[in-house]
Design a protein around this ligand. Structure first.
Ligand code: MOS
Length: 733
C-alpha cells in the first residue's frame, strides 16, 4: 500500500516526522502517474464584469498543449452544473468555468493543460481576455451600510435588555478592526485527478477525504464509491482545505475532458484568491459594569466581509454570549457582500476574531475600573454556561489564569501604562482568554492484530499537521500498554474507515475515541478467542480480569503472547471495526476548551518596534493525549496569534479590487526572529463527559485570545490603544 502512511516511530515522535523532514512524505502533487499532464490556471485581472471575448487560439497552438478549458467549452460537460442556475456548488464553492461572469479578481477564467508544466505556463500567458468591466466594491468601510443578515431566518441574540451596558456605572465602547488573513500554509493548493473509466482517483490537498469524495462524485453525479481520495500527508492548511475549491474542480473536469491524469498546483499568488481567507471584520463592543466590576451588559456587533455570491458565516460574536457571567447580552452579526473571493474558516475561525474584540474590551474596562484585568475576569467567571444554562462538562479556566499568571510573573507588573522599562525598552504585559467549542462527531476506526503481533490502526482522518497519526497511535499504545514499536497507523484515504474532516478542534476527540473503542473491542475479541483456544478449565473469566501489556494477554499470572494467541486460534489476524459517536451528553452539558494567553513584550520608545519576549499559554483541553504534539500545536497557534496581532494583513488596492501584497515578501508571516520562548502549560485534567478518552481538543484555542493579549500588552507598554490589526509600528508612534 504505497500510498498509505505506514511508519512505526520508536517512541512518541510523530508517526510521519522522519518522513516529513527527509522528503519521504509524499504530498498530493508529488505522486508519479504515467502520462501525467499539467494544468495551469489563468486568473481574471478585473474584479467585476464579464468576459466579452476569450482568445485561446495561440495557447491551443502552443507546443505541448492538450486542451484549453474555459466557460466556452466546460459548462455543458459537467452534469451537476445543469441542475440549477446557482453560482454555488456545494457549500462556498463557486462553479468554475460556469459562465462569462467575473465575480472577483483572481477568479479562474481558463485552464491550460499541457504535457509539461513549463509549456502550460507559457501557453497560459498567451490567453487574451477582453472584459466588460463593471464597478466593483472591495472596501468594507464604504459598504457597511449595505450589510445584510447571514440568512433570512437569522435572529440577533438578545439576553434580557439590549444595550444594557449604557446603564452601567462604568462602561466603554470601542471599535476593533481586523484585516483579511490568508492561510498561507507551506504546501500550496494541489491536486492530481485521474479518471480510469468512470472511476476517479484524486491525490488531494484536503482536510477531509470524504467531503472531497462526495463533492467530486456530485460534480459528475456518480456514486461516491467510484471516487477515491488520497491524502496521507498534508503540508498545513489552517482551514483553507476544509472544502474543495474551483481549482480542484477545474482539475477533475480537465482530467475528464482530456482523459489524461492532470496535476494542478497553485502559485503562491493564487493562494490569495483561490482558496479562501479569514474575512476582514469590523466589530463594536460596548461593555459595562458596576464600580465593583460586576458586568451589567455586553453588546457585541460584527460586520464581516463575504463574497457577492455566498454568505460565509462564522461564530464571531458567539463567545460574548457565554464567556462571562452577565445578565444582559446582545449580539449582532452582519455580512458585507463585496466583489471578492469567498472566505473560509481560518485558525480559530470566528472566535479568534470575536475574542480579539471582547478581550481587548475587557482590558479597556478593567483600566477604566482601575482593576486588574485578571481580577475583572475572575469576578465575572461563568460557572455555568449563561447562554444555554447548562453546566460545563469541565472548565478549568480559573486554573489557567492562576498558573499562567504565576509563570509570566504577572505580580511583577506595574499596571500603570508606560511605567515599566527594561534595557531602554518599554515593557508591556497583556492577557487574553480563549474559548472554543469542544466537539465530537462520529468516526470509525479499525484495529487489526496480525500473527506477527503487529497492531494496525486505521481511520480515514487526514492530518494537516497536528500529529493525528501519533495521536491515534498513542491511544492504541495506552490501550494496549505498549511502547508502540509494533503499532502502525494508516490514515488519509477514503479506502479506510470513515472519519470526519479535520477541523474545528474535533479530530482527537472524535477519531481518538473511535480508536479507543476499536482497541477495546479488539481486546474483548481477544478475550473470546482466549476462552476458545487457551483456557483449559472451561471457566468464563471476566474481561476485567485480563491484562494487556507489551504484546501479551495476561490472566492470573499466565502470559500468552498475541502471536501465540492468534496462531493457536489458527487465524491470520484478528480485526474489529467500530464506529464511535457522541451520545445525549450534548443535551446535558456545555462543552468548551479554554485557554489563557499571557504576553510580555518590549517596545522601542522611539521607533515603536514591538518585540514579543515571552508567551505563556495555559490551556484546559481535557486530557492531553500526546504531550509533545499538543505542545507543538499550541506553539503553532501562538505563532499564528503573533502574526494576527503584529504582521499579517491582506491589503487590497481598492482602485482595482486586487491584492497589493499577494506574496510572502509583502504579506508578513512571523519568522523565527519574531518568536520568543513559549511556555505551554496544560491543566491536563480529563473531561468526564465528552468521550471515553477525556480529550477536548486544542487546535483553535491555541490562537484564540493571543492577539488581544498582545494588543493589551501594547497598551500597557505605551498607554496607546491600537484597535486595528495588525499593530504595526506606525500605529504606535
Ligand atoms: Mo480549522 S480553521 O477548523 O481548519
Amino acid at each position: 500500500m504505497e500510498n498509505l502512511l505506514n511508519l512505526a516511530a520508536e517512541d512518541t515522535d510523530r508517526t510521519d516526522g522522519i518522513l516529513k523532514v527527509t522528503g519521504g512524505a509524499k504530498y498530493s502533487a508529488e505522486y508519479q502517474i504515467p502520462g501525467i499532464t499539467y494544468g495551469v490556471l489563468v486568473p481574471s485581472t478585473i474584479a467585476k464584469g464579464k468576459i466579452n471575448s476569450l482568445d485561446t487560439k495561440a495557447a491551443e497552438n502552443a507546443p505541448g498543449v492538450i486542451k484549453v478549458l474555459s466557460h466556452l467549452n466546460v459548462n455543458n460537460s459537467v452534469p451537476r452544473y445543469a441542475k440549477d442556475q446557482a453560482l454555488i456548488i456545494d457549500r462556498n464553492i463557486n462553479k468554475v468555468f460556469y459562465n462569462d461572469q467575473i465575480l472577483f479578481a483572481g477568479q479562474p477564467i481558463a485552464m491550460v493543460i499541457a504535457d509539461t508544466y513549463e509549456r502550460a505556463v507559457y501557453a497560459a500567458s498567451l490567453i487574451k481576455a477582453v472584459y466588460q468591466k463593471a464597478p466593483h466594491q472591495t472596501n468594507l468601510e464604504l459598504n457597511i451600510a449595505n450589510a445584510v443578515a447571514p440568512n433570512p431566518n437569522a435572529k440577533d441574540y438578545v439576553r434580557n435588555q439590549i444595550d444594557a451596558y449604557k446603564d452601567a456605572e462604568v462602561f466603554i465602547e470601542a471599535e476593533y478592526d481586523q484585516p483579511n488573513h490568508i492561510h498561507n500554509p507551506m504546501e500550496l493548493g494541489s491536486i492530481i485527478a485521474h479518471w480510469e473509466g468512470d472511476g476517479l482517483t484524486v491525490y488531494d490537498k484536503t482536510q477531509g477525504v470524504f467531503s472531497s469524495q462526495r463533492h467530486y462524485a456530485s460534480l459528475y453525479e456518480i456514486d461516491s464509491k467510484k471516487v477515491r481520495v488520497i491524502a496521507p500527508h498534508v503540508g498545513g492548511a489552517f482551514g483553507m482545505a476544509l472544502h474543495s475549491w474551483p481549482y480542484q474542480d477545474a482539475t477533475v473536469i480537465a482530467a475528464k475532458i482530456t482523459n489524461r491524469p492532470v496535476k494542478t498546483m497553485l502559485t503562491r499568488i493564487q493562494m490569495f484568491t483561490m482558496v479562501g481567507y479569514r474575512p476582514e471584520t469590523k466589530q463594536f463592543v460596548g461593555i459595562g459594569a458596576s464600580k465593583e466590576g460586576i458586568l451589567q451588559g455586553i453588546t457585541h456587533k460584527a460586520w464581516a466581509v463575504t463574497s457577492s455570491f455566498d454568505n460565509f458565516t462564522e461564530g464571531t460574536v458567539r463567545p460574548s454570549q457565554f464567556m462571562y457571567k452577565c445578565p444582559n447580552v446582545n449580539t449582532i452579526y452582519r455580512l458585507v457582500k463585496m466583489d471578492v473571493s469567498n472566505p473560509i474558516w481560518m485558525r480559530g475561525p470566528g472566535e479568534a476574531t470575536g475574542m480579539y474584540a471582547l478581550e481587548c474590551a475587557m482590558d479597556e474596562l478593567a483600566y477604566k475600573l482601575n482593576m486588574d484585568p485578571i481580577e475583572l475576569r475572575l469576578k465575572n467567571y461563568a460557572v455555568i454556561n449563561p447562554e444555554n444554562e447548562l453546566p460545563w462538562s469541565s472548565k478549568f479556566l480559573d486554573e489557567c489564569y492562576e498558573i499562567g499568571a504565576k509563570k509570566i510573573g504577572w505580580s511583577n507588573r506595574n499596571p500603570k501604562p508606560a511605567s515599566m522599562k527594561e534595557n531602554g525598552m518599554l515593557v508591556g504585559y497583556g492577557v487574553g482568554s480563549g474559548v472554543f467549542n469542544a466537539g465530537r462527531s462520529s468516526a470509525t476506526a479499525r484495529a487489526t492484530l496480525d500473527e506477527t503481533g503487529k497492531l494496525t490502526i486505521q481511520s480515514a482522518a487526514s492530518d494537516i499537521g497536528p500529529g493525528t497519526g501519533i495521536m491515534m497511535k498513542k491511544v492504541a499504545m495506552d490501550s494496549f500498554q505498549t511502547e508502540g514499536k509494533e503499532v502502525f497507523v494508516e490514515l488519509g484515504d477514503t479506502n479506510l474507515p470513515p472519519a470526519p474532516t479535520q477541523g474545528g478542534s474535533n479530530t482527537t476527540s472524535t477519531v481518538g475515541s473511535a480508536v479507543y473503542d476499536a482497541c477495546t473491542a479488539l481486546k474483548e475479541k481477544m478475550v473470546q478467542v482466549y476462552h476458545q483456544f487457551i483456557v483449559t478449565d472451561g471457566q468464563q473469566h471476566a474481561y476485567e480480569n485480563f491484562t494487556f501489556k507489551n504484546g501479551a494477554i495476561i490472566l492470573g499470572g499466565k502470559s500468552t503472547s498475541y502471536t501465540d494467541l492468534i496462531k493457536k486460534a489458527g487465524l491470520k489476524e484478528l480485526t474489529v471495526t467500530r464506529e464511535s459517536k457522541a451520545g445525549n451528553e450534548r443535551q446535558k452539558y456545555a462543552f468548551n476548551s479554554f485557554a489563557v494567553h499571557f504576553v510580555k513584550l518590549h517596545i522601542h520608545p522611539f521607533t515603536g518596534m514591538v518585540k514579543v519576549v515571552q508567551v505563556v499559554s495555559a490551556v484546559d483541553a481535557g486530557k492531553i493525549i500526546s504531550e509533545k504534539q499538543a505542545r507543538s500545536q499550541m506553539i503553532g497557534g501562538v505563532v499564528g496569534g503573533i502574526g494576527m496581532a503584529l504582521t499579517e494583513e491582506g491589503i487590497y488596492d481598492h482602485r482595482f479590487g486586487v491584492y497589493a501584497n499577494n506574496n510572502f515578501a509583502d504579506y508578513h508571516v512571523p519568522v523565527h526572529a519574531d518568536i520568543p520562548p513559549i511556555d505551554i502549560l496544560f491543566v491536563n485534567k480529563p473531561d468526564p463527559y465528552i468521550n471515553p478518552i477525556g480529550a477536548k481538543g486544542l487546535g483553535e484555542v491555541s490562537i484564540i485570545g493571543l492577539a488581544p493579549a498582545i494588543a493589551n500588552a501594547v497598551f500597557h507598554a505605551t498607554g496607546k490603544r491600537v484597535r486595528d490589526l495588525p499593530i504595526t509600528l506606525d500605529k504606535i508612534t
